[in-house]
Design a protein. Structure first.
Length: 366
């Protein structure tokens, strides 16, 4: 196993632990010696969680994994070759559990005793749960505007909750100002293993579709770790010969109340700019300055994908329409996904008969 910077492309074989950012300040990506080498599909089929894919995950997880039963979530057909990947059934109710299971497992393997992160809600809950399971102290920085259910659930675990600012970016700045030297920062893409957890989404979709891939994936994009992880999985599987053919066209969708990725994509930029005065009820998308913006844009280009916005004013209606259609009590991030699906279908960017996967990334917390 080795690491490569996603910006300067520097290859690092034995970085200081715990593994964090490249010296240039950009995220590292995990790589393996088996990449690009054809081999038979290797799955622990009796394992009904993301750990069924240990053959493509860091080898040191086998010693002592931290798991609450995350992953292996249903891929639900809802008609017309359209599927929903239902991440609401994860242990703490969101897709964040995949990344946190992996990040906390590897943090413990690297002898981390204290973890910190800023959160728009779900990540803080998930980190708190997994740190409690691993016996690691957790410090969660949330915006002051965070709804009460998120505060209550985060506080139900043995984590310390700090409220600061109006957005996740402001909460992150407070964390930087207050963090102690022995606190390990597992913010989105600041360490490389949350992506490794999220990439299991890609492996699951392929397996659930009979080792084939959809034509289009529509993903609600804040920090973008899920989109990045899936694309990494698809390229790994292609290199091993587990799948063949074209990879999906990736769709990053955001609210027009906070759309740094869409703005950069539509203006043909190769990096995102900070989105000032961000405001959206889709809390997981209220990420005005994604550290991996350039990485997301690169994937959209490679996949012949697109970035689109949904009207903030329509999110509640779109979310309710999705819930009535599917019976899945998803949070308002699904409103941007459903809006994008309807728009791209109407414009025939999604062609009749194409296979589409939509993402319900978390439950509605009340």
């Amino acid at each position: 196993m080795y690491y490569q910077c996603t910006c300067c492309q520097k290859i690092i074989h034995n970085p200081p632990t715990p593994v964090w950012l490249c010296e240039c300040g950009k995220p590292l990506s995990v790589h393996y010696e088996w990449e690009g080498v054809p081999r038979d599909i290797q799955i622990e089929s009796e394992e009904k969680s993301l750990w069924r894919y240990t053959s493509v995950l860091p080898s040191n997880i086998k010693k002592e994994k931290t798991s609450l039963g995350e992953g292996w979530t249903p891929l639900i057909p809802i008609g017309n070759n359209v599927y929903v990947k239902d991440e609401t059934v994860n242990p703490t109710g969101s897709f964040k559990d995949r990344g946190m299971a992996m990040a906390v497992t590897l943090a413990k393997a690297q002898n981390v005793k204290k973890i910190c992160l800023p959160s728009a809600g779900n990540a803080g809950i998930s980190a708190s749960a997994y740190c409690q399971a691993a016996g690691i102290d957790c410090f969660v920085f949330l915006p002051e505007t965070i709804p009460e259910p998120f505060k209550k659930e985060t506080g139900s675990y043995k984590s310390e909750l700090i409220l600061s600012g109006q957005t996740i970016s402001e909460a992150a700045q407070a964390m930087i100002n207050q963090k102690e030297e022995n606190w390990f920062d597992i913010s989105t893409l600041k360490e490389p293993f949350r992506v490794e957890g999220k990439k299991t989404l890609g492996y699951e979709i392929a397996e659930q579709l009979g080792w084939s891939l959809p034509d289009v994936i529509i993903y609600p994009t804040g920090g973008g770790t899920g989109l990045i992880g899936m694309w990494k999985a698809f390229k790994e599987m292609l290199g091993m010969g587990w799948i063949s053919g074209s990879l999906p066209r990736m769709v990053a969708v955001q609210s027009d109340g906070c759309a740094p990725v869409v703005e950069a994509f539509q203006s043909h930029q190769d990096a995102t700019s900070f989105w000032h005065k961000s405001n959206t009820i889709a809390l997981g998308l209220n990420v005005p300055g994604p550290i991996g913006g350039y990485w997301i844009l690169k994937i959209l280009s490679e996949s012949n994908g697109i970035a689109v916005t949904a009207q903030e004013s329509s999110l509640e209606i779109k979310t309710e329409n999705f819930r009535k259609r599917t019976g899945i009590d998803a949070s308002t991030e699904i409103g941007v996904v459903w809006s994008a699906y309807e728009e791209l279908t109407e414009k025939i960017w999604i062609k009749p008969g194409e296979k589409v996967v939509l993402f319900a990334t978390g439950i509605e917390r009340r």
